[in-house]
Design a protein around this ligand. Structure first.
Ligand SMILES: Nc1nc2c(ncn2[C@@H]2O[C@H](COP(=O)(O)OP(=O)(O)OP(=O)(O)O)[C@@H](O)[C@H]2O)c(=O)[nH]1
Ligand SMILES: [Mg+2]
Length: 297
């Protein structure tokens, strides 16, 4: 058995969270078309006959950061890379390279870990959308290169094989206790995902249905989760920074918020196998970005 800590990094939107979900064959991280959908590091355990890995998903590294939230989020990735045995840099070969990649490569160069370059979105990168040549030059800096489609879960086995090849035998860094603790806490309480994950699911649906109308101006807080036997009652709020955003989130006749709530509830029901009632309200809080601590990102 091998043990290793694997940190997945990249610029926003390259498919890091989609990749971690694909590797785990289960949704552990929300995904969307917006940058920095992931706001804080997420650690999960991958396990198979070859060994156990602590996989970390990290927020996309932004080139230019102007707002407070972006500044807080941008601290997450370097923090997680510190103890990595293997760093995976994910690039989206359906888009041209840009200066954000240089920032990511800067982080990669500083790390003493083994390195894997992942060319993602091979399903999308066809014809004029194939920008693979933009990224080719990077290969020299990496121990392995694997081309995958995180979304269609193709070639993920090759990626896992590459990770295990790069790890030493056994558990030299004594990761077993952390693996056990993570496996333990990831067990759902009252057959329901944690309130933190419920908030993430709601944020994902908000991003999906609001598209680009109010990209970074929302936060979701779950206030309570109550098991009432036949039904689980979840109370949550969407915080936003301006009154005009609140109007957009609620929508005409409450249509938008209904759509967000309905789809979040549906997914929570599938995840928990239980009936869920979701009470969702929108509030304006101009200071939410300042008030957010790193554990609440
Ligand atoms: N066609 C295609 N789309 C993909 C693939 N991987 C990810 N996507 C899409 O790309 C978008 C971004 O995916 P995410 O997994 O949220 O990207 P991320 O790197 O985690 O983004 P941040 O957390 O914002 O840094 C989503 O719309 C995904 O569905 C892929 O292999 N093929
Ligand atoms: Mg992500």
């Amino acid at each position: 058995m091998k043990y290793g800590r694997v940190v997945i990094i990249g610029r926003p939107n390259t498919g890091k969270s989609t990749l971690i979900n694909g590797l785990l064959k289960q949704k552990v991280a929300i995904t969307s078309h917006l940058p920095q959908t992931t706001r804080k590091n997420i650690r999960v355990v991958y396990s198979d006959e070859a060994g156990k890995l602590i996989l970390s998903d990290t927020p996309g590294v932004l080139g230019k950061v102007e707002d407070l939230l972006g500044k807080k989020v941008n601290l997450e990735t370097p923090k997680e890379m510190g103890r990595a045995d293997v760093v995976i840099m994910v690039v989206d070969i359906s888009r041209p390279k840009n200066e954000e990649e240089n920032k990511v490569i800067g982080l990669v160069r500083k790390s003493p870990a083994k390195k894997i370059l992942v060319y993602n979105k091979v399903d999308l990168a066809v014809g004029p959308k194939n920008h693979l040549p933009d990224y080719n030059y990077l290969e020299d800096e990496f121990d392995r290169t694997v081309a995958v489609s995180a979304l269609k879960t193709t070639h993920l086995k090759s990626l896992v094989a590459a990770i295990f090849e790069l790890l030493p035998e056994g558990d030299p860094n004594n990761l077993a206790p952390e693996v056990a603790a993570l496996e333990d806490t990831s067990k759902p309480v009252i057959s329901m995902p944690s309130s933190e994950f419920i908030a993430e699911i709601i944020r994902e649906k908000a991003y999906l249905f609001l598209r680009d109308e109010i990209p970074y101006s929302i936060n979701v807080r779950v206030e309570s989760v109550e098991d009432k036997g036949k039904i689980i009652v979840v109370k949550a709020i969407i915080e936003t920074s301006a009154e005009r955003y609140k109007k957009i989130i609620i929508g005409k006749n409450g249509q938008k918020i209904k759509e967000i709530g309905y789809n979040a509830r549906k997914e929570l029901q599938v995840m928990s196998g239980r009936k869920v009632y979701l009470e969702l309200n929108v509030v304006t809080n101009t200071h939410w970005q300042e008030l957010l601590t790193s554990t609440e990102l």
